[in-house]
Write a protein that binds this ligand. Structure first.
Ligand SMILES: Nc1ncnc2c1ncn2[C@@H]1O[C@H](COP(=O)(O)OP(=O)(O)OP(=O)(O)O)[C@@H](O)[C@H]1O
Ligand SMILES: [Mg+2]
Length: 342
């Protein structure tokens, strides 16, 4: 179903349910939630123990009676009940009371560009469970494009990458809609797992999750040029004792080569499926990176090098999608057509 921007203007809440973070923007109040999409529950009683940052801190450190759940994966709600409980707890009683006073609460939520009917339905059900009477769905690349301030409604090509936690969506937009798009299973969490596996297989080291981010520095161009090894601390796979290893920056770059190559292939296939006039626009304007993984050191340089296009990282890339939804909801975006369902 296609509808106009007017439908979005009637919404009062904009939600980006991401695999890593949940963001909620309430009309005239601004961003009220920007927290990890994590819930900790008591496995015996089913009671909620913590949500958001509190629950994330518990991951990997729980006793048997506590389970840490991620209700969203790859931009899709996989556990509707948990996602509803998480949203309710994150927005807080004050906002929930305000929503209850609105008999016709409308919510706008972004979904992946390739979301199937089940994924779309799951997003609608989740929002309906927290009181929304009507839910408008907007594809994430369009929302992120608007959030980056790109002229997506113009008859000109705009290439946007939504680099999330588990997937990256590559889309070419023109006249407010997607002309060509692809999704690759590459994101911040993919890079994280790739590096953990690499250290395990090549250095026999089990890396704690907080030790992965410092390794990202080795992906930057400056680190590659200096070739100064990065020291990481972990647990020896065989002895179980604490151990420190020095990792060569080139080694780290080689480890993440496969997911980055998959992304470059996706960009090429999107360009291949694009009408020539739009490709000519893109040669001039390049692409914009949004989503948290856009901040991965050296990613922009690698894309620039392999596509020959200019690459720009959006300001506050992780918040682009919810900002775009909010701009459309608050009437700050120019007219465009979006797709949605009830
Ligand atoms: N400075 C950074 N460097 C590298 N990766 C980062 C950085 N900041 C955030 N990330 C990664 O970005 C991801 C979160 O981005 P974002 O909030 O856009 O994801 P999401 O919207 O929750 O996920 P998805 O869109 O896939 O459902 C995480 O995997 C995180 O590791
Ligand atoms: Mg996202």
């Amino acid at each position: 179903m296609t509808f106009s921007l007017d439908q979005l203007r009637r919404c009062t809440v904009a939600v980006d349910l991401g695999a890593a973070r949940t963001r909620v923007h309430v009309k005239h109040s601004g961003l009220v939630v920007d927290e990890p999409s994590v819930v900790a529950v008591n496995t015996f009683s089913g009671a909620l123990i913590a949500v958001g940052a509190g629950a994330e801190r518990m991951a990997g450190r729980t006793p048997a009676h506590i389970r840490v759940v991620h209700p969203v994966t790859g931009g899709m709600v996989v556990d509707i009940e948990m996602a509803q409980r998480m949203l309710r707890a994150l927005v807080g009683e004050k906002v929930r009371r305000a929503w209850r006073r609105r008999p016709m609460l409308r919510a706008a939520v972004c979904v992946p560009q390739n979301a199937d009917p089940l994924a779309r339905r799951a997003a609608v059900e989740t929002l309906a469970g927290v009181g929304a009477r009507r839910v408008e769905l907007v594809d994430a690349p369009t929302a992120a494009g608007v959030g980056c301030g790109l002229p997506v409604e113009q008859p000109e090509a705009t290439m946007i990458l939504v680099c999330g936690a588990t997937t990256t969506q590559v889309a070419v937009l023109s006249l407010g809609a997607i002309v060509s798009a692809a999704t690759v299973p590459m994101g911040g969490d993919t890079i994280h797992h790739t590096l953990v596996q690499h250290l395990r297989n090549h250095h026999e080291l089990l890396l704690p999750s907080h030790a992965v981010r410092p390794l990202h520095i080795a992906l930057s161009d400056a680190a590659a040029a200096s070739s100064v090894p990065t020291e990481v601390h972990g647990r020896d796979v065989v002895t179980g004792l604490a151990r420190t290893v020095s990792v060569d920056p080139q080694d780290v770059r080689n480890a993440v080569q496969a997911p980055v190559t998959a992304l470059i292939d996706a960009i090429r296939s999107v360009l291949h499926n694009c009408p020539p006039d739009l490709v000519a626009d893109l040669a001039e304007r390049g692409m914009v990176l949004s989503g948290g993984t856009a901040l991965l050191p050296g990613l922009d340089a690698r894309l620039r090098e392999s596509t020959g296009m200019s690459v720009h990282i959006a300001e506050d890339p992780a918040g682009c999608a919810v900002r775009g939804l909010a701009a459309m909801m608050e009437g700050n975006a120019r007219p465009l057509t979006v797709h949605g369902c009830r």
